[in-house]
Ligand binder design. Structure first.
Ligand code: UD1
Length: 375
């Protein structure tokens, strides 16, 4: 029996782990065992436990409880903790998601212990190395043995960095295998759509279908710089008064740290409804009934697309270039007038086609089968 350790830590990884855990349960019997490890990078109930409960994810066998800190301190604590866990568990491989400090730490520890690294969401690039996530994803890809790329763009990025697309060899860290898998987040969006808890949530907020926008802001590049944060918040207030619709903003703890109580009151008065972080089912329901989405989250950009909602991207660039190429999303950064202009453009456009850019909803099954086959 092969043993795979899946390492999660931040909210989006916990969500992605749900899809892979379902696949291992279905396809792995007798051949593949999954051991889940939580770094504890995210630790608030609403940022972590709620997803385990709602999405039926197994309880982690180990929780390192590293908590917050500078990038170095947080990453260092995860490195040390994982070395202990991997020595004890002796896994066949270690699976990591995305681009967080947890991803980087797990990939470094495993590769130096000669344990093959499986990177899900490989090949994504923003081409902006001032983002900690860009460093994390490049470093992780380059110590991985199996790279699962969600899109053709991701495959192209890997090829440009010297990764071969040849699949006729046994994968090693020196000759890794690149496979196009589709996106496990799309698997989840299908699996968890239209749940009654979603309707209950919308009712509790008294929201009318397509009569509100959803916004999220959590990147340090936006929250930690008052000019940028104010640029975004001004745009949201303008949009709300222009259309007479509220903007629902589930708050990441990092954002709340930068908003005083009086600022929060003023935002409420201006139509920005700050609400606690949403669960996964709540978020999908919130997006699906909205008129428009404003976000700096990579995951939410795609989730908006999955439920066919246009999106204003509150960043200088995006890794998910298919979204902007098709006109379903527009990059507007933190600039008030660009954000408002993008919102107007998207609201005036009618979208006939939402092509399947992210696979067929079975990405996790494919990843699971490939792990069984290749490792
Ligand atoms: C991390 C990831 C980012 C991902 C995001 C999803 C890195 C470098 N970044 O960013 O790629 O998009 O998660 O949310 O790994 N905090 C709490 N409670 C929590 C979690 C965080 O209060 O449960 C606060 C802490 O004060 C912390 C801050 O939020 O300092 C930021 O958390 P951190 O994990 O460092 O990064 P994120 O901004 O969440």
């Amino acid at each position: 029996m092969k043993k795979i350790i899946t390492v999660v830590g931040a909210r989006p990884q916990i969500i992605k782990a749900a899809a892979f855990s379902r696949a291992v349960k279905k396809l792995g019997e007798g051949v593949l065992q999954e051991v889940l490890v939580h770094s504890g990078q995210h630790y608030d109930e609403g940022m972590s436990q709620v997803f385990f409960d709602e999405m039926g994810i197994p309880t982690p066998a180990h929780n390192l409880a590293v908590g917050s800190g500078s990038h170095a301190a947080q990453t260092a604590r995860i490195l040390e903790g994982l070395e202990r866990v991997f020595s004890e568990e002796k896994p066949t491989a270690v699976l990591v998601y995305g681009d967080t400090n947890t991803t980087l730490a797990a990939a470094l520890v495993a590769s130096k212990m000669f344990i093959p690294v499986v990177h899900v969401e490989a090949g994504l690039r923003s081409f902006n190395k001032r983002m900690p996530e860009e460093i994390n994803r490049i470093a992780t890809d380059h110590v991985s043995t199996l790279l699962f790329a969600p899109t053709q763009t991701a495959i192209d990025n890997l090829n440009r960095e010297g990764f071969s697309s040849d699949v006729n060899h046994t994968p090693t860290i020196d000759q890794p295998l690149v496979l196009r898998s589709g996106d496990v987040m799309y698997d989840n969006a299908i699996h968890f759509a239209n749940r009654p808890e979603g309707d209950v949530y919308l009712k509790s907020l008294s929201l009318e279908k397509e009569r509100y926008a959803v916004a999220t802001i959590h990147r340090d590049n936006n929250t930690d710089f008052p000019d940028r944060l104010n640029g975004i918040l001004d745009a949201l207030q303008h949009w709300s008064s222009e259309h007479g619709m509220p903007v629902v903003l589930p708050t990441h703890p990092r954002l709340l740290k930068f908003l005083s109580e009086s600022q929060q009151d003023n935002l409420h008065k201006a139509g920005i409804r700050l609400v606690p972080p949403a669960s996964y089912v709540q978020m999908i329901a919130l997006l699906a009934s909205s008129r428009l989405v404003f976000t700096d989250s990579g995951g939410l950009q795609k989730e908006a697309y999955f439920v066919q909602r246009p999106c204003v991207i509150l960043r200088p660039e995006t890794e998910w270039v298919e979204l902007t190429a098709g006109g379903h999303a527009i990059v507007a950064d933190a600039d008030t007038s660009r954000i408002l202009q993008a919102a107007r453009q998207l609201m005036n456009r009618s979208f006939e086609a939402w092509p399947q850019l992210y696979g067929d909803g079975h990405a996790a099954n494919q990843i699971c089968q490939s792990i069984i086959q290749y490792l």
